[in-house]
Design a protein around this ligand. Structure first.
Ligand code: FES
Ligand code: FE2
Length: 374
């Protein structure tokens, strides 16, 4: 492919994009596993941000997450044993508190040993269960205690009534977290990747104008009537005469929230793209809704269309990875790719604030309207 190399205002190549190197962001919560993958008295392995982890639940069901590397001689703790409070390494039997990683016992020490085993720690990560996932707070790669005071709670899927249905989907994406995330917020691929006679096609491409505003750590597509050709919107129109609005938020490090509301009906979803390795991410999608739970079309959207969409996105990223092997090409064109650009700017601003200790300088000054065709 030939690109005109004259410099222009609205394009950029990877060299010009600070924070676009697939760098992973520390000091955030990430979903490690689904709740039902972690049972009591079982140790389960996971990888997050290239950190090998072992997860489990204590006697009260509270989850824990340790670095899967014994501080003695690096034996994976996941081969060991868990007795409801301590994880015991299978090599020399050292025992570690499941929640803090603090060493509790070293079987080879004699009674008069001067070694203070309580000064030895296995790496550990704060862990909590929410929305059907076990989350880990990835403070730093070693699993040292987070340096700054209390940590925020893990992100929560917003819900708007006491009763609702919930569903979850997941997919592996063979790409860096950056390509995974900008794929998630990219409005221009829809008519090409998600073509279907009942959805949209090249012929349905038309001008779009959407208003955006800055929010803490991210940006919001301001509440607006949902795209007239979106399936949830068509359903809402069938069942309620109230006007519907959609709000879409992106929040660092990796979360996209979408809410559709019409009168008392609502549908709320969260998608996260979590780096597993530098070249592999996992997409986790969770949706809750109170739109006639028995109405088969909602089931159809979440169980047939949702997986189909995710399969289409996964297939496109698999093919893209063939090209990226040869050249890590990233050209961002306004306005369709402006959200991707904001993502990189937010990421760079966050890294800068971590480096300097100063508050993050938000790259988006105020409300702005973006125009594109899709
Ligand atoms: S390597 Fe774990 S106890 Fe020795
Ligand atoms: Fe997509």
């Amino acid at each position: 492919m030939y690109y005109d190399s004259r410099p222009r205002m609205n394009e950029s190549t990877p060299q010009k994009l600070a924070g676009s190197s697939g760098e992973m962001l520390w000091g955030f919560w990430y979903p490690a596993l689904r709740s039902n993958q972690v049972r009591r008295r079982k140790l389960v392995r996971a990888t997050l941000l290239e950190v090998p982890m072992v997860l489990g639940r204590d006697a009260g069901g509270k989850p824990f997450a340790l670095r899967d590397v014994c501080p003695h001689r690096a034996f994976p703790l996941s081969f060991g044993h868990f007795d409801d409070t301590s994880v015991e390494c299978a090599y020399h039997g050292w025992q570690f508190d499941a929640h803090t990683g603090q060493c509790r016992h070293i079987p080879s020490l004699t009674a008069d040993s001067k070694l203070r085993c309580d000064r030895i720690y296995a790496g550990s990560f704060p862990s909590e269960e929410r929305d059907g996932y076990i989350w880990a707070f990835m403070s730093n790669p070693e699993g040292r205690a987070p340096a700054l005071g209390p940590i925020p709670p893990p992100p929560e899927l917003p819900t708007f009534s006491p009763h609702y249905k919930i569903a979850r989907l997941a997919a592996d994406l063979p790409c860096s977290v950056d390509h995974g995330i900008i794929g998630l917020m990219d409005p221009a691929h829809g008519p090409f990747v998600h073509q279907a006679w009942w959805w949209r096609s090249r012929q349905s491409i038309r001008d779009k104008a959407k208003q955006f505003e800055p929010i803490p750590n991210g940006f919001r597509m301001s509440p607006h009537p949902p795209s007239a050709n979106s399936a949830p919107y068509k359903i809402l129109k069938l069942i309620t005469s109230e006007p519907a609005t959609t709000t879409i938020d992106f929040v660092l490090p990796n979360q996209r929230f979408e809410q559709i509301r019409a009168g008392k009906y609502w549908l709320s979803s969260r998608t996260t793209v979590t780096p597993i390795r530098r070249d592999l991410c996992r997409l986790d999608f969770v949706a809750a809704w109170n739109v006639l739970p028995w109405f088969p079309i909602v089931w159809f959207i979440l169980h047939v269309l949702g997986p189909r969409f995710i399969r289409q996105d996964t297939a496109v990223i698999e093919k893209q990875s063939l090209g990226l092997e040869h050249e890590d090409r990233m050209m961002l064109v306004d306005d369709a790719d402006r959200q991707a650009r904001w993502y990189f700017e937010l990421k760079a601003a966050h890294l800068e604030s971590q480096r300097t200790g100063q508050p993050m300088h938000h790259p988006i000054a105020g409300p702005v309207t973006l125009r594109w065709r899709s």
